[in-house]
Design a protein around this ligand. Structure first.
Ligand code: GLU
Ligand code: ZN
Length: 275
């Protein structure tokens, strides 16, 4: 049975891009008597606003989507992420990082060949050899991508049709798995929850393709099952940029107030795919 999910952050109302993502996940589940789940990615308490939980539910309901369980909130599940982090510490694939953003920037500016990923410079590995000491302030924890890939060996992720992509362990470098202020990260939380909710098909925008490489590594290290992946096309604005949370004029709630029907929303989405 197919189990899919939509995992919005309650940091704003849904726009056309979110709606498309939700519809893709929902219809994949509904086509085959599967299950569709809703999960709020609300670990970043600095950005979450309480009114958006209900706002998002209102948007999804208006779009005609239904879900099969009470929505999960990641903020209720911090213990589980902590447990996963402890396991990664035990295996020896994470290290504490005390760098500030400013220090990382300055370190990178001194390197003649700074490591680069799809979205710019990567963490240069300054703290890789550091041990945590009790007197130090609370660190962030980073994945040691080299050690991780030596432990997992070659990995792939695949679509439902069986098309495989080779995992590049160093694609995003030594990413943060636990921020010092919230004790976890998107990467860690999403992997723990996809496993806990038995998600069999992860659908999300192709902007998150690089993250999937990290997620497969974490699944392997934490001995979680491997879901299939579908990275869908992005909905873009006139200038060809992916819609941002700020695209209030393209928020579902706004369009609905202007009198658009769900059918018209669907047509709008179709006309806005990334070229
Ligand atoms: N919360 C993420 C987003 O809004 C989705 C994460 C995921 O589906 O893995 O882009
Ligand atoms: Zn560091």
């Amino acid at each position: 049975m197919k189990i899919t999910r939509f995992a919005p952050s309650p940091t704003g109302r849904l726009h056309l891009g979110h709606a498309y993502s939700a519809i893709i996940a929902h219809s994949a589940a509904r086509q085959k008597n599967g299950r569709f789940l809703l999960r709020f990615e609300d670990i970043d308490h600095t950005r979450v606003r309480p009114e958006f939980y209900d706002g998002i539910i209102e948007d999804l309901t208006w779009l005609g989507l239904t879900w099969d369980e009470e929505p999960w909130r990641q903020s209720d599940r911090l213990d589980h992420y902590q447990e996963a982090l402890e396991k990664l510490k035990d295996i020896g694939v994470v290290y504490p990082c005390y760098c500030t953003r400013k220090e990382i920037k300055s370190e990178l500016s001194h390197l003649t060949r700074a490591p680069h990923g799809p979205e710019g410079p990567l963490y240069p590995g300054t703290c890789r050899k550091r041990e945590a000491t009790p007197s130090d302030p609370e660190p962030a924890w980073r994945l040691d991508s080299k050690i991780a890939s030596s432990l997992t060996g070659p990995l792939t992720f695949q679509t439902q049709r069986g098309t495989k992509t080779n995992v590049k362990a160093d694609l995003l470098g030594d990413v943060i798995l636990a921020r010092k202020d919230i004790g976890t990260s998107y990467h860690l939380a999403v992997v723990v929850d996809d496993a806990a909710q038995d998600i069999t098909l992860v659908t999300r925008g192709e902007d998150l393709l690089p993250s999937t490489h990290i997620h497969r590594i974490l699944q392997s290290l934490l001995e979680f099952p491997e879901p299939n992946y579908h990275h869908h096309r992005l909905v873009c604005d006139d200038s060809g940029e992916r819609l941002a949370k700020r695209s209030d004029s393209l928020a579902i709630a706004t369009l609905r107030k202007q009198g658009l029907t769900t059918l018209e929303i669907g047509e709008m989405i179709q006309s806005m795919f990334k070229k």
